[in-house]
Design a binder for this molecule. Structure first.
Ligand SMILES: NC(=O)c1ccc[n+]([C@@H]2O[C@H](COP(=O)([O-])OP(=O)(O)OC[C@H]3O[C@@H](n4cnc5c(N)ncnc54)[C@H](OP(=O)(O)O)[C@@H]3O)[C@@H](O)[C@H]2O)c1
Length: 272
């Protein structure tokens, strides 16, 4: 699509806006682009605090929807509430969870929660908002937040990496199907970011070499929003992660998978 997006005075929805990358993308959109926002996550108190911050500092309108992406009824409610009384122009589907450890140690509930949050809800929302934007004909777009972890298999984050491989594939395919429709579909593919996800997973505390390579969340958010604005179909932020993604894609998959396994194996949490 030719013209770049212009967020000023438009409404943009962000899932997973209560921390990390989602929170910083909200700040970036309000501060630099003057966008109105619809913030979605489970922790409503955090969303309300962010609403107060952004409305106070930047004179933008901010709506808050508390919703759990593992619950089908909440996913449906997000579409309904986000589009009631306002016209959406953008949707950034960023909510996600990871699991670091042996794939067989995932409980049924953890597995179900990860697949629902990272894949099922993201796909449902992408389709719903793409249909909505096609009908509105306002030139808007949808961005899926994926990961370099989805470019090749990743032992000890196996289910997470596979969920992001789904998004890498789906985002690109949907973008092609909707080429010429007036709606852009972008897939954002970052490497490690310094957020709660990394802290909670235990990856950084167990692999101090990785901690040094994490991108600050505000910088990552700036690059994410710039790529979304330019309607990039599939984009990786920063030279280091561009190189990682390239090597992961073109090197023999057996070697890449073995090396990734070697890096993480020594620093795994102990099996109970
Ligand atoms: N950190 C990294 O190294 C990295 C690298 C590549 C890609 N990413 C991707 O970037 C995205 C943001 O991650 P982050 O690093 O910013 O992690 P984060 O700080 O842990 O943020 C995750 C966000 O997702 C929301 N979320 C999680 N489960 C949810 C659920 N069931 N329902 C609704 N919201 C839910 C959380 O909100 P509540 O807990 O309040 O619901 C939170 O706002 C994810 O898709 C992640 O896979 C991260």
């Amino acid at each position: 699509m030719g013209t770049a997006m212009d967020f000023r005075g438009r409404h943009v929805l962000i899932t997973g806006a209560s921390s990390g990358l989602g929170l910083e993308m909200a700040r970036e959109l309000a501060q630099r682009h003057g966008a109105n926002l619809v913030l979605v996550a489970r922790r409503k108190d955090r969303l309300e605090a962010l609403r107060e911050e952004l409305e106070g500092k930047h004179r933008v309108q901010v709506g808050v929807i508390a919703a759990d992406m593992t619950r089908d009824e909440d996913v449906g409610r997000v579409v309904e509430e986000a589009t009631r009384g306002r016209e959406l122009y953008g949707a950034i589907l960023n909510a996600g969870v990871t699991f670091f450890g042996h794939a067989l140690d995932l409980t049924e509930a953890e597995l179900d929660g990860l697949l629902r949050t990272n894949i099922a809800s993201t796909t449902r929302l992408a389709n719903a908002f793409a249909r909505y934007l096609i009908e509105k004909k306002n030139g808007g777009g949808v961005m899926l937040v994926s990961s370099v972890a989805g470019v090749s298999p990743l032992p000890y984050q196996a289910v997470y990496a596979a969920s992001k491989a789904f998004l890498n594939s789906y985002g690109r395919a949907l973008a092609e199907e909707l080429r010429g429709s007036g709606v852009s579909i972008s897939t954002f593919v970052p490497g490690g970011i310094d957020t709660e996800m990394m802290q909670k997973s235990g990856i950084t505390s167990s692999s101090s070499s990785l901690a040094g390579f994490l991108m600050p969340a505000d910088r990552c958010a700036r690059l994410a929003i710039e790529g979304f604005r330019r309607r990039e179909v599939f984009f990786v932020p920063g030279p280091l992660y561009k190189l990682t993604a390239l090597v992961s894609r073109i090197a023999p998959q057996g070697i890449v998978t073995r090396q990734a396994g070697n890096i993480y194996r020594g620093s795994l949490p102990k099996r109970g």
